[in-house]
Design a protein around this ligand. Structure first.
Ligand code: NAP
Length: 289
């Protein structure tokens, strides 16, 4: 299909630092080209202190929208004119759409994870989930799972930087959704064992096991796993983490973070264009194992 930059081409892109490693320009530009949509996606290396000026500039230039990455996701909440319900509850924005000068902040990370989960044939409705971590990605997943009807979410986090945030997260879920959320110390092996016994889904949203620490697992022992558990790791480098290998040995179904990455982008694409991203094409081009 003919694809040219014209006087009408709408700009989308990614703000953050560093951004040059991002797969987002490849995904979005290939999808725009394939569908003949008059948009382009570029990366802008913007330091945290310059985010406000960059956002004001993009608004002035009437760009269609943009993604932002850590650590800008929290700050972007204050810079958007309005927030989606999920972005408000998560307290972080990764996608902004500009409608005639009004910037709406969304968070598509949770939707991305839930879409990847749905693709395995799993329905979250009424299910029990054990979630490891309470950082940015874990928060988005936790909120979206609760909004999508999870029955119970047990968050396991270490008593560190994000412990207070984790307490507020479970309180907010208990107050605003029908899901029952509880917080536990990740080092409490007894609670972790009984939580996993009662769970349908385990999600690792900590970086434990990510390259270059591939020899680490977030679990103290593989014996905590059982074959009926669906085990997911939102890490995608390596494609198969030690946790996933431990789970496979126990007979569990597993998936990694690649399709979460794909579907958070597909959701942003839809927000900007109103059109579905051709995900099969994008999977084939950039997400094959
Ligand atoms: P984050 O905000 O820094 O949160 C990390 C969480 O893991 C925090 O709860 C942190 O606890 C905990 N943690 C970190 N190191 C730990 C350790 N050694 N032991 C126990 N807990 C530990 O990071 P994030 O942005 O949520 O990212 C988390 C992981 O998800 C990363 O591997 C990232 O690459 C991946 N990710 C994947 C996608 C995707 O699309 N697939 C999207 C986003 C992120 P403290 O607060 O105490 O440090």
């Amino acid at each position: 299909m003919n694809y040219e930059i014209t006087g009408h081409t709408r700009l989308t892109g990614l703000l953050g630092s560093p951004v040059s490693h991002s797969i987002s320009p490849l995904m979005h530009n290939k999808a725009f080209q394939h569908l003949g949509l008059d948009y382009v996606y570029l990366c802008f290396d913007v330091k945290e202190n310059d985010l406000k000026s960059a956002v004001e500039g993009l608004k002035l230039l009437n760009v269609r929208g943009f993604n932002c990455t850590m650590p800008d996701k929290t700050k972007m909440c204050e810079l958007a004119d309005q927030l989606s319900p999920a972005a408000r509850m998560i307290g972080a924005v990764n996608t902004v759409v500009n409608d005639d000068g009004v910037l709406t902040g969304h968070n598509t990370d949770g939707v991305g994870y839930m879409q990847a989960l749905a693709e395995t044939g799993f329905s979250i409705s009424g299910k029990t989930m054990t979630l490891l971590g309470a950082g940015g990605a874990a928060t988005a997943i936790c909120v979206q799972a609760a909004l999508d009807g999870a029955g119970s979410i047990r968050v396991f986090n270490r008593r560190g930087r994000s412990w207070e945030h984790a307490q507020k997260l479970v309180d907010s879920i208990n107050q605003n959704t029908s899901c029952k959320a509880q917080l536990f110390d990740l080092s409490d092996e007894t609670s972790l064992r009984s939580s996993l016994q009662e769970s349908d889904l385990l999600t690792n949203a900590t970086p434990i096991g990510m390259c270059p620490n591939e020899t680490l697992s977030p679990l103290p022992s593989a014996d905590l796993l059982h074959e009926k558990l669906l085990v997911s790791d939102i890490i995608y480098n390596p494609r198969e983490t030690l946790l996933m290998r431990q789970a496979k040995e126990k007979g569990c179904q597993t998936f990694n973070g690649l399709y979460m990455l794909l579907y958070q982008g597909a959701e942003a694409f839809h927000i900007w264009t109103g059109v579905d991203m051709p995900v099969d094409l994008i999977k084939k081009a950039y997400f094959s194992a």
